[in-house]
Ligand binder design. Sequence first.
Ligand code: F6P
Length: 323
Amino acid sequence: MKRIAVLTSGGDAPGMNAAIRAVTRTGIGLGMEVYGVHHGYAGLIQGDLKLLSARDVGDVMQRGGTFLGSARCPEFRTLEGQQKALNRLAEKGIEGLVVIGGNGSQTGAHALSTLGFPVVGIASTIDNDLFGSELTIGVDTALNIALEAIDRLKVTASSHHRAFLVEVMGRDCGYLALMAGIAGGAEVIVIPEFETGPEEIAAQLRAAYERGKAHAIGVVAEGATYNAEKLVHYFQENRERLGFDLRSTTLGHVQRGGTPGAYDRLLATRLGVAAVEHLAKGEHGVLVGLQAGRIVPTPLDIVVSSKKPLDLSLMDMAGILAK
Ligand code: F6P
């Protein structure tokens, strides 16, 4: 394989630049030309590609986001859009593609692979909801940002004897909320996989007050039926007595924009190298991900048709430790 392309797609994640750098320099090291696609599948459809040199990917690893740009592209979900993308790749003589992204992006990668084009996916999303990788690029940095926010909120919460609901991202997945809740010592954790009603949440906050706590933190996943906004509304409507005065903070995209930490840079680098090595060996139609400390390929058809499990026994553990 002499010419490959790399793109980042879907929500950006801290560490994507390290993956692009690893793909580019590994490809060049193997005697390939490496093209960067701007703005994900939308750019691929438009033929917005640029040849990358080793210098082009210098000084990018420490930057959050993706210097190639990313997009969510409804047109690429259609066969027509996918065909246009294949035409652009053929026009440039590109023989293989690396797709850095999460579930939606790997569904696109799978579609191209099914149409016969060699693709390797790299597991990247702050949500950590992608089958085939125990951790995905961006999770560690996003988690640390959430933790810093929780630690700060605890300080002001203690000063004012307040409870804070902190809403974290994760789409339909509670991984970020669960881990941030455990590592942040939250009194309450609310995730979509383990529904907790508002009365129960109020009871847990009240119990923390009655145990003499100076503050209470509830970490709420954005995908939970009762997100932070709905909970505040419910408590106000129902005049729930919590003991604490209540405030809420939604972290939102702040979690995505961080400077990638060491863990994400290293994971992204290992995944980037492995992706190109697989393409070079003719092993494609796979996602490279982390499993038991090793970088392992998983067929894309399995990746896109499987749901990643969340260890719900950790909810019990968090409950015990919140006392
Ligand atoms: O998938 C990453 C993610 O940040 C989710 O946690 C969140 O639900 C979604 O993307 C937000 O998407 P957008 O950036 O398009 O608003």
